[in-house]
Design a protein around this ligand. Structure first.
Ligand code: 7TS
Length: 413
């Protein structure tokens, strides 16, 4: 008998609030299971960006005319909203960047180049997205530092003991994702932050997959830096956040030089503006920042604890149901498991799985997910990955399970 999942409705009226989810794809209603790559955008975010361009568009932080003052006010209001969202102590600790990748690169350059020296160690994990690996590889190469990797448990989880085994007096930076974009594992960030601080190291957290899905409290975690992207949390592309403790951001030198970030300039020399301008050289993505503020409003209206619970229930339900399908391998722990479910169908390339699913209107991602060292650890070249957000329901899991059965029949598995 065919298994039917628990009834888990979407958290919002998708038809009204997420216009794109009304689309038909290849004759089927779109089932969007690729939010880990980028989330869809609610109408309130789309409308907010349109309104900004239609009514207040101007450059920020320079001119004194009305439009410029309105734009600056909205831009700075968004900074405050983001600060509140992650429980930052000061809005000046919120630096607008292009995204998580840029934020991590800035930390590696601006903190790493200044404060690390030859022989120092950087502790990472094998599950990191390339964005939280390559900047550290490059830094290590520039200054002669060494990378160490936390051993994973059999199911891919990271434990505090595993971290403790790699952290020592030579450790200067621990850089870890809070949630894996492939395994959906949730890492014990607060405990690992304590270990890092015990040896005088700093901890950098890649929050790309965690900030959209759970309450983020940088003070409770007691971390030093956090990087994340607006586009995975209902906001627009091209806007992201670098958060750091004020004293650390103050100690860093800028990496982008030009307009906006200076205090005084003469022919030979320049001095830097106060935070956050010091680290925001050039005209920022104003509409993006304002759109991100609208996304934060939307997420807070729905409630992060509810979103966290919803996504976790869906992911664990999908994990359970996919595990019960013959010839399907699901990766990572069954619980806790959030956001994403990676899987393979025996003898079928994940790209082929994604293609058959697309023919059924289902959008998933297939590939190495910018986590090739993790693929090597799993012993696979790629996986298929379904990822969930507040607009998904158990109907989407039904559609996914059904389409996997169609794929198996197609490839005669
Ligand atoms: N870190 C993690 C954990 C990620 O999942 C991603 C993007 C990034 C960093 C980089 O974010 P960006 O916005 O700067 O590109 N992850 C994915 C993904 O899993 N599929 O597409 C993008």
């Amino acid at each position: 008998m065919k298994e039917v999942g628990n009834i888990i409705p979407a958290m919002v009226d998708v038809t009204d609030y997420f216009p794109i989810l009304n689309r038909q794809i290849n004759g089927h209603k779109l089932v969007y299971l690729d939010s880990a790559a980028t989330s869809q955008k609610p109408k309130s975010v789309i409308d907010c960006i349109t309104k900004y361009y239609e009514t207040s568009n101007a450059n920020v932080l320079r001119s004194v005319h009305t439009l410029a003052e309105e734009a600056t006010e909205e831009f700075e209001e968004s900074r405050k909203k983001v600060a509140g969202f992650i429980h930052a102590r000061y809005p000046q600790e919120i630096i607008f960047t292009r995204g998580c990748t840029e934020s991590l690169n800035v930390i590696a350059r601006a903190w790493g180049d200044k404060f690390l020296k030859s022989g120092d160690e950087i502790v990472l994990s094998p599950v990191e997205h390339h964005s939280n690996l390559i900047p550290w590889q490059q830094l290590a190469g520039r200054i002669g530092a060494h990378l160490r990797f936390i051993d994973l448990e059999e199911d891919g989880t990271i434990t505090v003991d595993g971290a403790r085994a790699q952290i020592n007096s030579k450790t200067k930076i621990v850089a870890l994702s809070a949630v894996s974009n492939v395994l959906g594992t949730i890492n014990p960030i607060g405990d690992i932050a304590r270990l890092a601080h015990e040896v005088g190291a700093i901890i950098v957290v890649d929050g790309a997959q965690s900030v959209p899905h759970q309450i983020t409290d940088v003070q409770k975690w007691n971390i030093d830096f956090l990087a994340f992207s607006g586009h995975k949390m209902l906001g627009p592309t091209g806007i992201g956040i670098l958060w750091g403790k004020k004293e650390l951001l103050n100690a860093m030198d800028p990496v982008i030089f030009g307009g906006e970030m200076i205090e005084y300039v003469d022919r030979e020399n320049a001095t830097w503006a106060e935070l956050p301008a010091k680290l925001e050289g050039g005209t920022p993505n104003i509409a993006g920042a304002i759109g991100l503020g609208a996304a934060v409003d939307y997420l807070e209206k729905i409630g992060m604890p509810r979103i966290e619970k919803h996504v976790r229930i869906l992911a664990e339900e999908a994990y359970r149901r996919l595990s019960n399908i013959q010839d399907v391998t699901v990766y990572g722990p069954s619980s806790p498991h959030t956001g994403v479910v990676s899987f393979n169908i025996y003898n079928v390339h994940p790209h082929d799985v994604a293609q058959v699913l697309d023919s059924q209107g289902i959008a998933i991602r297939a590939g190495h997910h910018c986590a090739q060292p993790l693929m090597q650890w799993l012993g696979v070249i790629a996986t298929a990955r379904a990822s969930f957000y507040l607009y998904n329901s158990s109907n989407d899991i039904d559609a996914l399970v059904n389409a996997i059965e169609i794929t198996k029949r197609y490839f005669k598995i």
